[in-house]
Design a protein around this ligand. Structure first.
Ligand SMILES: Nc1ncnc2c1ncn2[C@@H]1O[C@H](COP(=O)(O)OP(=O)(O)O)[C@@H](O)[C@H]1O
Ligand SMILES: Nc1ccn([C@H]2C[C@H](O)[C@@H](COP(=O)(O)OP(=O)(O)O)O2)c(=O)n1
Length: 419
């Protein structure tokens, strides 16, 4: 693991922590205080600290590519190496409502009697860019956080903090770092991410070359541009093919065909890199749209709504209510990205969608629990789709037969685009 610049623990200790116990459950919030304060016995802080040896790990390396790669490696390491009766939860430390303040990490509750956990933590705390804290009950039965193995580091500031309950902040912590980590609002911002990973992901250079070589705009298309959006299996492929025939349209997609050889590679990367890849795909598609719209109506299978909605829904953990509010800037369209004439969002109820997925031979073996989590995820994607503005999408009920959906959409296109 690469060496990383150090942040002093006081910068971490001033933060409120949220521990995500389960994607469906409410997170626990607690703060750290150097001031004496009595903790209410019935506070939620107590239940999480009730048993086992407790630790938290914080990944705070300054290089964002190294940080996200390392966070992913750490997650697999902990899953693989910690004993089975050791719980590991995702954790964020952050300043309430302050953008870009989140430091991600893990909270560990070790109920095992083996020394394996300590061995794993010992190895990790020697890695620059990782902080390991432990949590201990004092004689007064109050809870304290302290740097684990402090002797190895010569910190100037006090290294012991009292754990106190905190109320939930107005903005869920997973929202604070979305801009430029999950959603990109200019070509330049997404481009920079792939430039920064050129050394570790050679494919990045090939992708950037394709971005550089994209046909330059110039001609301004006079024909309408209609985007078809929706979750997987809502009928986008079926509808876009029919629209191509009915309208004599040119059919495009995002990510564009030229990025297909790289998609699997970037899908296996952490969100920062994966989302920058999809964002760049939209800019290539935008140039293709612009050229095509000079010749015929253009139909596009997925575009920026998909990029933003999936990114937001993946980044925001937990409940639907954790999504940024409808007026949040995260739903704003990038100023430098070509705007379509119309965006249609296909929706079908979850049962019908599942029937269509099964018809395609997918998801037959998905466990019940996973289905439930997926359901929450899909709800978040759909809600994020609906919140994106300028242009907003028009929701189309795609449950009727393919022909009925086509007729409904042709009417909408003729009404909104005067075709
Ligand atoms: N209106 C519809 N009614 C019933 N089945 C449909 C309809 N539209 C599509 N399907 C079927 O549902 C499945 C998913 O459709 P597809 O067009 O591939 O969705 P997507 O491109 O959104 O993933 C396919 O098997 C398709 O034949
Ligand atoms: N323009 C796009 C298109 C897809 N994506 C991302 C969003 C999701 O993570 C996946 C969805 O792709 P998926 O393979 O399910 O798409 P299809 O339904 O096969 O078209 O790709 C994107 O970010 N931007």
């Amino acid at each position: 693991m690469a060496k990383r610049a150090l942040l002093r623990p006081a910068q971490l200790c001033s933060r409120i922590f949220a521990v995500e116990l389960d994607v469906r459950a409410d997170p626990f919030y607690f703060a750290l205080s150097s001031v004496h304060k009595t903790v209410d016995d019935h506070s939620p802080v107590r239940s999480i600290f009730r048993d086992g040896n407790l630790y938290s790990l914080h990944v705070y390396c300054n290089n964002r590519i190294q940080r996200v790669k390392f966070y992913g490696e750490l997650k697999s390491k902990l899953t693989k190496e910690l004993p089975t009766n050791c719980d590991c939860f995702e954790l964020s430390s952050f300043l309430p409502n302050e953008e870009q303040s989140v430091i991600k990490g893990f909270f560990i509750r070790d109920k095992s009697t083996s020394s394996v956990t300590e061995q794993v933590l010992n190895e990790l705390q020697q890695t620059d860019g990782v902080c390991v804290f432990s949590y201990v009950r004092g004689e007064d039965d109050q809870l304290w956080q302290e740097l684990w193995s402090t002797s190895k580091r010569n910190w100037m500031e006090p290294d012991k903090y009292r754990v106190v309950p905190a109320s939930a902040p107005e903005v869920h912590p997973s929202v604070l770092n979305i801009r430029n980590s999950d959603v990109f609002y200019s070509l330049e911002d997404a481009y920079k991410v792939l430039q920064e990973c050129g050394d570790i992901i050679p494919e990045s250079k090939a992708v950037l070359e394709l971005v550089d070589q994209r046909p330059q705009r110039g001609i301004h298309g006079k024909f309408p541009v209609v985007i078809i959006e929706g979750l997987d299996a809502t009928g986008k492929t079926t509808l876009t093919e029919s629209l191509r025939g009915s309208l004599g349209a040119i059919l495009l997609k995002s990510p564009p065909q030229c990025l297909a050889p790289f998609r699997d590679r970037f899908d296996s990367e952490p969100p920062l890199i994966r989302r920058a890849f999809y964002a760049l795909g939209n800019y290539i598609t935008a140039c293709q749209i612009s050229t095509a719209a000079a010749q015929a109506p253009v139909i596009v299978d997925r575009y920026w709504h998909s990029t933003a909605a999936y990114a937001i829904a993946t980044a925001v953990s937990g409940k639907l209510e954790n999504l940024p509010g409808p007026s949040s800037e995260v739903y704003h369209w990038p100023e430098d990205l070509l705007q379509p004439s119309l965006v249609l969002l296909l929706t079908v109820n979850p049962e019908e969608r599942l029937r269509r997925l099964k018809g395609r031979g997918l998801e037959k073996t998905v466990e019940e629990a996973e289905l439930e989590v997926n359901h929450l995820f899909r709800q978040k994607v759909e809600e994020a789709y609906k919140r994106i503005k300028n242009p907003a999408c028009i929701v189309v009920d795609a449950s009727p037969s393919p022909d009925k959906v086509l007729q409904q959409v042709l009417l909408l296109i003729s009404d909104k685009c005067h075709l």
